[in-house]
Design a protein around this ligand. Structure first.
Ligand code: KG4
Ligand code: ZN
Length: 470
């Protein structure tokens, strides 16, 4: 198991951020006193089209009652300790985070060897790899935090989007812990977690803000209006930028045991970014959508035209060929990021028209750990008098901290489910949301190309939040 276990101690106080929500703060001890009063409601985590075993309750109203009766128990105030579990793709991750923003532990087990072997994520293999390490990863996270399950206030887990076989492993583990220790459980949207972890790192980051979320499977630009409320300004009509990085790395014969993106970033430093003339995608589309499939094709053709055989590892190529590969990597990266820059520039204009008070652009997701991406987007943001917020690289790539933190943010709003039953049938149908949009599409940003190929399986997080509010 390739285990990267890094304990970060980030002690950003967030009490001021949520002053208006303070009535909803409570510890599990309070939760337990309330649990008999929990009432069913239209929940974010339960949709009629799903026969979910996640019962749907809120204790919002009871919390205010209780904060009166338990008013002297301020010892519980903002003292949540949440375990976050992430298994949506190829990383098995867990972390323990306090509601004051302190990261007590962070553990990630990556499937880098499998990625290198198969050149991509094979769902069945990935599921097996998650199953093999999940217990150990969670135990390591608890040990590093010096806690046991019974010290936790809640368990947060990614329920989508992602590979359902993989999501299942994390959800089953979370439900098992929650059932045994009678803990509430928060189902988390993976992309919301990528965006919200920025609020753990940057205490001035208030809603509304913009977020560019760039990962292996997603390329999203959203206006984050509130928790659970996102307006999608643009998305990819085909591939995400991370997928293009990963394929470039594979075709250039790079070592995939760490991420393809990181390998391209490093190689690009040695190349001439102007040497190969790739064209920037979607120049003629005056919207904020992205496309990386065409750039991948351009790249493949460039590699073929230079007679490069990606099956020959980079280290075995001649010095001259290594130089050519570096030139291709640098040229690819320049154009891939130029595409981000152009679309971000337009999205900022749109977002400021909708919401002139916006001050920040969050850039998160695995590709946001790239220094070239950060520096180019810093320029875009600077030109538009906004501030760039990028979480540290370890919080950009998939991690448990972002899940725990998003669990905390939702828990404070009363958005969680009660502990699962102690005995759950093996074959119970879990609420997994492999295709789960984050927000509703902004009318101006709708792409015909995309809407024709999109078969939505689950209503967006934002529509569920609005439904819950009604
Ligand atoms: O968010 P993430 O960890 O997983 C998904 O949700 O997909 O993102 C993974 C993606 C991969 O495509 C990986 O190649 C890319 O992030 N990535 C990078 C870098 N580090 C990871 N891309 C470019 N430069 C990097 N340094
Ligand atoms: Zn991700």
């Amino acid at each position: 198991m390739a285990s990267l276990a890094s304990s970060l101690s980030c002690t950003v106080s967030r009490l001021n951020l949520f002053a208006e929500l303070s009535l909803n703060y409570h510890s599990i001890r309070i939760y337990r006193t309330l649990s008999s009063n929990l009432r069913p409601m239209k929940s974010l985590y339960h949709h009629r089209s799903f026969n979910s075993p996640f019962s749907s309750y809120t204790c919002k109203s009871t919390i205010s009652n209780c904060s009166k009766t338990l008013g002297s128990n301020t010892v519980f105030y903002d003292n949540l300790v949440v375990l976050g579990i992430e298994t949506s793709c190829d990383d098995t991750a867990a972390a323990v985070v306090r509601s004051n923003g302190e990261i007590l532990s962070q553990v990630v087990s990556s499937q880098a060897d499998l990625l290198a072997k198969y050149g991509g994520v094979a769902p069945k293999m990935a599921e097996e790899a998650h199953s093999q390490v999940i217990d150990q990863v969670v135990q390591d996270a608890l040990d590093k935090a010096n806690l046991t399950e019974s010290d936790l206030s809640a368990v947060a887990v990614t329920i989508g989007p992602g590979l359902s076989l993989c999501l299942r492993v994390g959800v089953q583990k979370a439900r098992k812990i929650a059932a045994i220790h009678q803990l509430p459980i928060v189902g988390v949207h993976h992309m919301e977690a990528h965006a919200l972890v920025a609020r753990l790192c940057e205490r001035d980051l208030q809603f509304p803000f913009m977020a560019l979320l760039i990962s292996g499977g997603h390329n999203l630009i959203v206006l984050a209006r509130d928790l659970g409320d996102y307006l999608q300004l643009g998305t990819t009509i085909d591939d995400a930028i991370g997928e293009a990085y990963d394929k470039s790395a594979k075709w250039l014969g790079l070592d995939l045991r760490r991420s393809g993106g990181a390998a391209i970033e490093e190689l690009a430093l040695r190349g001439d970014a102007q040497s190969v003339k790739f064209s920037v995608p979607m120049k003629q589309h005056k919207d904020c959508n992205f496309s990386y499939a065409g750039l991948k094709t351009q790249l493949r053709l460039a590699i073929e035209s230079k007679n490069i055989d990606g099956r020959v590892p980079f280290s075995s190529a001649s010095v001259e060929e290594q130089g050519i590969r570096a030139d291709i990597a640098a040229s690819f990266q320049r154009v891939a990021v130029l595409h981000l820059e152009e679309k971000c520039e337009r999205a900022i204009q749109w977002a400021l028209e909708i919401e002139p008070s916006i001050k920040h652009l969050v850039v998160a997701g695995g590709v946001a750990s790239n220094q070239y991406v950060r520096s180019r987007l810093q320029e875009v943001v600077g030109r538009n008098s906004l501030q760039l917020v990028c979480p540290p690289p370890s919080l950009c790539t998939d991690n448990g901290v972002m899940i725990a933190w998003t669990g905390i943010e939702n828990f404070r709003m009363g958005r969680f489910d009660p502990p699962p039953p102690a005995i759950e049938p093996e074959d119970s149908q879990l609420d997994l949301r492999p295709r789960w949009p984050l927000g509703e599409e902004y009318g101006r940003g709708r792409s015909v190309a995309r809407s024709m190929r999109t078969a939505r399986i689950h209503p967006s997080l934002t529509s569920l939040t609005q439904h819950q509010r009604q």
